[in-house]
Design a protein around this ligand. Structure first.
Ligand code: XUL
Ligand code: CO
Length: 437
């Protein structure tokens, strides 16, 4: 029986449509910069929110109405949920999904039984993936919910927690490979600290480095060739997470010799928690060669936590797509909606409204980004701002022909610097508006 009997396959109806279950901008085969939109965007559904989100918050229990859910957390229920997930994704028209090991199958009282549960569900995920062509963008392991990980996983002071995490990631990697997953993400849920008095930071980071090398080695052993990602987040649930932001992650990866194996999965709401914007994080990761994938959502600037709302701000999606076009596209990453419907939006159809809105906002952002690039005016204005580096002393400095003594000589002869030109910030913003409005 269909879980969403009243929802048809979401059609593309064009910008004038008022149908809330239709796309206005996302026409999956429309070519942008010579490539179909769906290959630019590589949309992915996050299983943990869309299939497992209950709407619970620290002040009250779940609110979601999900008629397909059985009363108990059994393998049968999990298998049924997989079928619902694929019906949802087929109707929505997304090519990818992401999951944590513990989202798809119930955890039992021993690792062996838990792995058996996972195998039973993964078998059905594989069937559904083969039937529909919807693929795993990346897999990951939940190393933060079970109380054994209360102090962290790879950075836990308890060596047994580290060992359990290793076993869990080994299995999650194998399952990801089995499903043809194109990547594997590490979000260090509790890899950080609440208090430095009881924390040996150096030892914890060394352990995390060792853990990551074990993951790289195991991937090699089993022939998993997908991309590894680190997902920066500064805090929540810990007060300070080691993978704070793009810069901290890149430093860690270089310090521990992992720079050739791991890229970054940048999430909007995590960027803002770190006091950055998503475009800052994408640009930082991009020019350093670490841009991998994006967890698409948005926060609420009036709330200081990770609200994981669906993105509806076209300026933001424009900036995200500009970064990806600049740095060679998203593949093998994608736009993964790590976003959840609000607790008040409890009906199944709200899952469609949320994703349709997010996908359309990204499609529009992609089109605006491509128009900005095709026109070239903004790019030219940016290049002009740095034109003093293109010839003369600037070009000589960039070519490494100067030191302090020769620059002092140059300036003593010249007397003073050539006056600055205007930064034209407002004009830049107005030109962007020409494409957006
Ligand atoms: C948590 C978060 C995770 C990761 C995957 O804030 O974003 O769901 O995306 O572990
Ligand atoms: Co995320």
């Amino acid at each position: 029986m269909a879980a969403f009997p009243d929802v048809p396959k979401i059609p593309f109806e064009g910008p004038d449509s008022k149908n809330p279950l239709a796309f206005r901008f996302y026409d999956e085969n429309e070519l942008v910069e010579g490539k179909p939109m769906k290959d630019h965007l590589r949309f992915s559904v996050a299983y943990w929110h869309t299939m497992r989100g209950t709407g619970a918050d620290p002040f009250g229990p779940g609110t979601m109405v999900r008629p397909w859910e059985g009363a108990e957390d059994t393998v049968d229920n999990a298998i049924n949920r997989v079928r619902v997930a694929f019906e949802f994704m087929e109707k929505l028209g997304t090519d990818f999904f992401c999951f944590h090991d513990r989202d798809v199958a119930p955890e039992a009282d021993t690792l062996a039984k838990t792995n058996k549960n996972l195998d039973a569900v993964v078998k059905v995920i594989k069937e559904e993936s083969d039937r529909t062509g919807i693929k795993l963008l990346w897999g990951t392991a939940n190393l933060f919910s079970n109380p054994r990980y209360m102090h962290g996983a790879a950075t836990s002071p308890n060596a047994d927690a580290f060992a359990h995490a290793a076993a869990q990631v080994k299995k999650a990697l194998e399952v990801t490979k089995e499903l043809g997953g194109q990547g594997y993400t590490f979000w260090g849920g509790r890899e950080g600290y609440m208090n430095l008095w009881n924390t040996d930071m150096r030892r914890e980071l060394d352990h995390l480095g060792a853990f990551m090398h074990m993951a790289v080695d195991h991937a090699k052993q089993i022939g998993f060739t997908g991309q590894f990602y680190f997902e920066p987040k500064p805090k929540e649930p810990t007060k300070h997470q080691y993978d704070f932001d793009a810069a901290a992650c890149i430093n860690f990866l270089r310090a521990y010799g992992l720079e050739d194996h791991v890229k970054l999965n940048i999430e909007t709401n995590h960027a803002t928690l770190a006091g950055h914007t998503v475009e800052h994080e994408l640009e930082y990761a991009g020019h350093q060669g670490f841009l991998g994938s994006v967890d698409a959502n948005t926060g609420d600037l009036l709330l200081g936590w990770d609200t994981d709302q669906f993105p509806t701000d076209v300026y933001m999606t424009t900036k995200i797509m500009l970064a990806f076009l600049k740095y060679g596209g998203l593949a093998p990453g994608g736009v993964n909606f790590d976003a959840k419907v609000r607790r008040e939006s409890f009906e199944p159809v709200d899952l469609f409204y949320a994703h349709v809105g997010g996908m359309d906002t990204f499609a529009k952002g992609l089109k605006i980004a491509a128009a900005i690039r095709a026109d070239g005016e903004l790019g030219q204005m940016l290049a002009d701002r740095y034109s003093s580096w293109d010839t003369g002393i600037g070009a000589e400095i960039e070519a490494g022909k100067h030191g302090f003594a020769s620059l002092e000589k140059y300036m003593l002869e010249k007397g003073d610097a050539t006056p600055n030109t205007s930064g034209r910030q407002e004009l830049f913003e107005n030109v962007v508006n020409r494409y957006v409005l």
